[in-house]
Design a binder for this molecule. Sequence first.
Ligand SMILES: [Zn+2]
Length: 92
Amino acid sequence: MPIYEFKCRACGYRFSEFFRTMHSSDEGIAPPCPRCHSTDTVRVVSSFAVHGPSQPDPQEVAAQKAYEERLASITPKEMIDKWRSSSKKEKK
Ligand SMILES: [Zn+2]
């Protein structure tokens, strides 16, 4: 049974899917992401998995972490301000 690896382009999640039969017409199909259910998934070429690192790009991870940290530090106050201004508008 052929096992294929897929990567979700929406959330970056990687997963494997096996097919009982693999027809040439099935080459283009990609299963939906099991994590976010996005159908924006791409098949990962097996040679890439062998040669490339199985972990995500460290630069990508660092950027994501920095973004999340920035988001966490600014969100509370900004959200409170938003809620306050929106509730003021509602009362008016
Ligand atoms: Zn996903």
